[in-house]
Write a protein that binds this ligand. Structure first.
Ligand code: GDP
Ligand code: MG
Length: 170
C-alpha cells in the first residue's frame, strides 16, 4: 500500500487483514515502518504491506520512510496507490505516479474516503494521474473493498502452495 501520509493506508491495511495492527491516526506520519499482514478471502490469500507513506522530498523522517517504500517497490507483486477523494489530487501525487510507472510494477490506483459522495464524480480527476481508471473505496465503511479484491485477484500471480502441489502429485 503506497500513497502519501493520511490517505487511509493503515485503515485499508487493517480492513484487509482484519486486524488493528497498523496505527490509524489523524496526524500524518504515524506509520513509519513496513507492517506485514495476511489478507485471507477464502482461497485467495496474499500478504499486505502497509508503508509509512510516499513523499519524494522532505524531512529526515520522511526520507527514512521513503527508503522503506523503495524496498516495497522491489519486493511487491503489485502496488496499491491510495489517494484521498476528499482532498483531490495533489501535485506531489503526479510525481509519485511517475515514480510508480517507472517501477514497472502493476499499479492499482485507488481513491479512498468516497463514502457519502458520488464515487464516479470523486474519482474522475484521478484519471489525470495516468495510472488507469481509479477504483473508488471507503476503507472506513468497506465500500468498494470486494470490488478491489476482485481486481487484485485477477492480476496477482498465482502461487500454488506446497500442500496443494503434493496433493496433486498423488
Ligand atoms: P495513513 O497515514 O495513509 O496510514 O492513513 P490512516 O489510515 O492513518 O488514516 C488517516 C485518517 O483518515 C484517519 O483519521 C482515518 O480515520 C481517516 N480515514 C481512513 N480511511 C477513511 C475513509 O474511508 N473515509 C474517511 N472519511 N476517513 C478515512
Ligand atoms: Mg499509516
Amino acid at each position: 500500500l503506497i500513497g502519501r501520509p493520511n490517505v487511509g493506508k493503515s485503515t485499508l491495511f487493517n480492513r484487509l487483514t482484519h486486524s488493528r495492527k497498523a496505527l490509524v491516526d489523524d496526524q500524518p506520519g504515524v506509520t513509519r515502518d513496513r507492517i506485514y499482514g495476511k489478507c485471507i478471502q477464502g482461497d485467495f490469500r496474499f500478504l499486505v504491506v502497509d508503508t509509512g507513506g510516499l513523499t519524494l522530498n522532505g524531512t529526515a523522517i520522511q526520507i527514512a520512510v521513503q527508503e522503506q517504500v523503495e524496498r516495497v517497490l522491489d519486493e511487491a507483486d503489485a502496488l496499491v496507490f491510495l489517494t484521498d477523494g476528499r482532498a483531490g489530487t495533489v501535485p506531489e501525487e503526479f510525481d509519485i505516479a511517475e515514480r510508480l510507472r517507472q517501477s514497472g510494477q502493476h499499479v492499482f490506483l485507488v481513491v479512498n474516503k468516497v463514502e457519502g459522495q458520488e464515487p464516479d464524480v470523486v474519482s474522475a480527476e484521478f484519471n489525470e494521474l495516468g495510472l488507469g481508471s481509479p477504483k473508488a473505496i471507503s476503507a472506513k465503511t468497506g465500500f468498494g473493498i470486494n470490488e478491489l479484491l476482485r481486481s487484485l485477484r485477477a492480476e496477482l500471480p498465482t502461487v500454488v502452495d506446497k500442500l496443494d502441489r503434493s496433493d496433486r502429485a498423488r
